[in-house]
Write a new protein. Sequence first.
Lengths: 258, 298
Amino acid sequence: MLPLHELQQTIARGILAEQVDPLAGVIREDGLPFDKRLQVYRNNTIISLTEALKATYPVVSALVGEQFFTFAAKSCIEAHPPRVPRLAEYGAEFADFLAGLAPAQSLPYLPDVARLEWSINEAYHAPDDTGLTPQSLSKVPQEQFAAVSFKLRSSGRLLHAEYRVDRLWRAHQPGSSLEGLDIAGDCHLLVYRPAGDVELMTLDAAGFALLSEIDRGAPLEAAYTVAAAVDPAFNLTAALGTHLTLGVFGAFSLPTTG
Amino acid sequence: MQASRPAMKATDPTPAPAGLPKAGIGLRFQHHRAIVDERPAVGFLEVHSENYMGGGAPLACLETARRHYPVSLHGVGLSLGSAEGLDEAHLRRVVALTDRIDPLFVSEHISWSVTGGVYLNDLLPLPYTEEALQIFCDNVQRTQDALKRPVLVENPSTYLQFAHSTIPEWEFVAEIPRRTGCGLLLDVNNIYVSAGNHGFDAAQYLQAMPRGAVREIHLAGHTAKQIGDQILRIDDHGSAVCDEVWALYGAAIRLLGPVPTLIEWDCRIPPLAEIVAEAVKANAVAAENLERADAAAA
């Protein structure tokens, strides 16, 4: 008799790797071959996880079509099954998986689209929080501004893509059109959820550098130095004003003295 | 918006008899808007807990619905049948959501989904052995300790049986509340599906359920699938409840008395009104069978 843990491991291999032989004699047949019975569970698992990936990656799905998506999803599920029992957290590996998938090489922008959709998914499900406003900093003395460290909202995700996937993504939203779409050139994006809906903010390279440094924990002055190295004309006051008005930051801190 | 209206509409066509709670429905994303706008006369709502463990729109919708209805949390991810024990991080998520929603019930399944840390996203069958029973009960205890309240566990739909099972399914199911003090969520459709798939007697299954332990009943549709020359009943929650399952539900009510009942519909999801109509039908079937039981007892 198989101990339960060993049985469960054997069934998992039957479902994810189609190694069904060790279950002969373990699963009763009763008029139906044991592998046909296991197949019901295999189908449930693969189909439901494919649906979960399709819900997270609707634009990838639209770009490659139903048949290819189903093939790619099944291969990804078998290689990277979920490790958290929550489908909202499933599918982080899909972009890298697509990047390495030979038949997907004709769409070189596909992994970037998937990265954007994953960021949108993470932002959608991030914990609730509130954004800093311009008033939030009213008690910070002017001379300490350089030392302020901001934190992005819990939903904030920064993404640098090799193609204009922001345009591609927007063109796939309801009411939009693919007409005249040009995706040549890279883009710098902030994905975040200021209120109910996820927003996509297209940044310039210096603005992206600023937020990336801030996201790494750099105080404002150090982050500005990096942004100014990208573009000496970078306007920090304007950028901060925008981010505080649009609720990009969730918190700030000052270094403790003494 | 109808923010100040009470949860129950006065125009419900089938007022429940005293002691009979009005049937509830499973709430799915498609109906988040409609449930708040239409406020149908159902007794409670039930959601899949794992869909509400982040922030944003889903949780906000659930909290809005909660202001108008009792809500029950039906989990699909704890994997109470896992030999490796529970995922403590996931258990903490269940506790946090329970604290936030203050649910009518917290329920899970008599099945497993996790092994080696991998989540298979299906309700997989257990062998009915003393080893599996004890593992399952230990995991139920751990969950109840963390939640500081009893949980309900649901009898499964299954498509296979293990050669080394030694306990009939109904005895395995009935033993869990005896050992852990948990309640049962009796899925009448699952009894019908498994009885058909494995050739056991649904009436005998019902008779084996411990009185008082059954705190909730589930009803749903299933499909019959031809595989070779066999018919396998598949529990897909994608249609109306069939006549045979309504009859079995009537028998369950005659046997167990008034038990909160819930309609589940998870694929090919119809307009809200169609699911509500099933709940209204459940009220009528329950009322009729309670009367029959009373008449038989008199």
